[in-house]
Design a protein around this ligand. Structure first.
Ligand code: ADP
Length: 475
C-alpha cells in the first residue's frame, strides 16, 4: 500500500504531545512492513529550532482558497526510513507556537489548517502514487472533505481519519466559511455545523472512509455522551466504520537499554543501574536521595483532562505516604500556578518543572519508581507504556487506553503490571497510592511487578498491521 500520513506535529521535528510520537513512529513501522508511507506536515519555525533545515523540492507553488491565492514551497527530507514533506508558507507557520501561545490559540487557525489541507492536495502528484491518505485530528479534518468535493481523478484515493482526542475539535465561527473555500450550505447539522460554529473534526468524521481512534476502550467510550464531546450521536451513525487501534511505543526512543539521556542503562534482567537514574533525578530537582522513599513521576500537558486537580487537592496526603513527587509539565496558566505554589510550599518533597523538556522527560521515566496518570479521560496515553519499559510502575485511572494497557497488580498471584483506580476522586487516588507504596516496601514483590511491566510488548508492529488491514479493507 502507498500511504500519505498527514499530521500537524511529528517527532522529532515539532511536538506538543502524543500525536507527534505517533506520527514519528507509525509511518516508520508501516515502512518496515514493506509498505510505502510518507509524512506531510507544516514547516513550522520550531522545525528549524529543533535543528532541521529541509531542502526545497519545489518552489513557488500556488493554490487558491476562498478569494485568495497562496504561495508556498514544498520541502523534503528523509528521516530514518521515511520520506517527510513539509508545506512551507511563512505567513502561516513561521511563528512561535504550533497552534497558539500559552495565552491564546492563533486567531487564524481555521485558515492555517484549511490552507494546509488544500496545499497537500495540490502536491499529491509530486509525492507519487497514493492509495490512502491517513489524516489525524481536526488540523487535517478538512482534507477528506476537499478531496470528496474535488472533481478530478484523485478522488479515487481513500481517507482514514484518526481521532487522538475528542475534546479538541477545531471549532470556528461560521464567518470563516468563504475564506476556506466552502459554501454556506456546509453550515448545516448534517455537514459541518456544531452549535452555531463549524467543526473541522466533524468534517473528518463525515467525509473520511474510515474513522479510527487510539485504543479499543476509547473507541467505545466516544459513542457515549460522557466522552463523545457532543459528537457521540454522529459517531453512532458511523459506528460500523469506527475502529480502535492502540498506539504503540517507539522502543528506539523509549528504552532504558539504549536511552541517551539517562544516568545508567538497564534492562528487565538487570535493573542495578536504575538507582543511578533515581539519584540523578533527585539531584536535578534538589531533593535528597532516600531509597526508602518512592519517587512518583508525572510528565503531562497541564490540562483539565489529566486529573491534576486531584493531585493538587491531596498533595499533603500523597507526600505524607513518605513519597517524593516530581512533575514536568506545561499548559493552562491555572495549573502552571497551582504547581508553582506546590513547589514553593513543599520544598525538599516535591520537585516541579514548568516547561517542555524531552531530555528531562526521559530522566523522569528512568528515575521515578511510580508514574502517575490520574486522567479524567485518556484516549490512549503513551507515558504509561513508556513507564512499563523503564520499570517505573504506572498508577493510573481506569479509563480509555490506560484501562486497556494496565492491569492491577495482585501480590497474591503476582500478576499485573501496575495499579488502577476507578473513581475520579481524591480519596480513590490516595487509596491507590497507599496500595502502591505498601507493595514498594516489599522488594521482592516490587521487582516482580517491575519485570511484569518491562516484559510487556507494545511495539508498533502489531498496530501497524491493524492499520494495513484497515487500509486494504477500504481500498
Ligand atoms: P497527550 O497526547 O494527551 O499529551 P500522551 O500521553 O498521549 O498525552 O503523550 C504525551 C507525550 O508528550 C509523551 O511523549 C510525553 O512524554 C510528552 N510530554 C508531555 N508533556 C511534556 C513536557 N512538559 N515535556 C516533555 N515531554 C512532554
Amino acid at each position: 500500500m502507498n500511504i500519505l500520513f498527514v499530521s500537524s506535529e511529528v517527532f522529532p521535528f515539532a511536538k506538543t504531545g502524543g500525536l507527534a510520537d505517533v506520527s514519528g513512529a507509525l509511518p516508520d513501522a508501516l515502512n518496515s512492513l514493506k509498505h510505502k508511507c510518507s509524512i506531510i506536515m507544516p514547516m513550522y519555525r520550531k522545525v528549524m529550532e529543533n535543528g532541521f533545515y529541509p531542502p526545497v523540492l519545489k518552489k513557488n507553488l500556488k493554490i487558491s482558497l476562498g478569494q485568495r491565492e497562496y504561495i508556498f514551497d514544498l520541502l523534503f527530507l528523509k528521516h530514518r526510513n521515511t520520506d517527510v514533506y513539509f508545506i512551507d508558507n511563512k505567513e502561516f507557520f513561521n511563528r512561535d507556537g504550533l497552534y497558539g501561545t500559552p495565552e491564546a490559540d492563533h486567531p487564524d487557525n481555521a485558515l492555517r489548517f484549511a490552507f494546509f489541507a488544500k496545499a497537500i492536495l495540490s502536491v499529491l502528484n509530486d509525492i507519487g502514487k497514493i492509495d490512502v491518505i491517513h489524516c489525524n485530528d481536526w488540523q487535517s479534518g478538512l482534507l477528506p472533505l476537499y478531496l470528496k468535493i474535488n472533481k478530478d481523478p484523485i478522488t479515487k484515493i481513500k481517507t482514514v481519519f484518526t481521532i487522538h482526542n475528542m475534546a479538541y475539535q477545531g471549532l470556528f465561527g461560521p464567518d470563516v466559511i468563504p475564506s476556506i473555500g466552502l459554501t454556506w450550505d456546509f453550515l448545516t447539522m448534517d455537514k459541518l455545523e456544531f452549535y452555531g460554529k463549524i467543526s473541522y473534526m466533524k468534517a473528518g468524521i463525515i467525509y473520511s472512509d474510515a474513522v479510527t481512534t487510539v485504543s479499543k476502550g476509547y473507541a467505545k467510550e466516544i459513542l457515549t455522551s460522557e466522552f463523545g464531546c457532543g459528537l457521540d450521536g454522529l459517531l453512532q451513525t458511523r459506528a460500523s466504520s469506527i475502529y480502535g487501534i492502540l498506539n504503540g511505543v517507539d522502543y528506539s526512543e523509549w528504552n532504558p537499554k539504549t536511552d541517551i539521556y539517562i544516568a545508567g542503562k538497564y534492562n528487565e534482567k538487570d535493573l542495578t543501574e536504575k538507582v543511578e537514574c533515581k539519584k540523578n533525578l533527585l539531584r536535578l530537582f534538589k531533593l535528597p536521595f532516600d531509597d526508602k522513599k518512592p519517587v512518583i513521576g508525572l510528565i503531562t500537558r497541564l490540562a483539565a483532562q489529566k486529573g491534576l486537580d486531584l493531585v493538587a487537592e491531596r498533595i499533603e496526603d500523597i507526600l505524607s505516604l513518605n513519597t517524593y513527587l516530581v512533575l514536568l509539565g506545561t499548559g493552562d496558566e491555572k495549573y502552571n500556578n497551582m504547581f508553582k505554589n506546590i513547589a514553593e510550599k513543599y520544598k525538599g518533597k516535591a520537585g516541579i518543572k514548568i516547561g517542555f523538556d524531552n531530555a528531562l522527560a526521559h530522566q523522569i521515566e528512568a528515575g521515578s519508581d511510580m508514574f502517575l496518570m490520574p486522567s479524567r479521560y485518556e484516549p490512549c496515553g503513551l507515558n504509561q507504556m513508556y513507564s512499563l519499559k523503564y520499570g517505573t510502575v504506572p498508577v493510573v485511572r481506569a479509563t480509555g487506553g490506560l484501562d486497556d494497557t494496565i492491569s492491577d497488580f495482585n501480590p497474591a498471584t503476582k500478576k499485573g503490571n501496575g495499579f488502577k483506580f476507578s473513581e475520579a476522586s481524591g480519596d480513590a487516588l490516595v487509596a491507590v497510592l497507599k496500595r502502591a507504596v505498601e507493595v514498594y516496601k516489599n522488594n521482592k514483590n516490587w521487582k516482580v511487578l517491575q519485570q511484569n511491566g518491562m516484559n510487556c510488548d507494545f511495539s508498533w508492529e502489531n498496530s501497524a498491521k491493524e492499520y494495513i488491514e484497515l487500509y486494504k479493507k477500504i481500498s
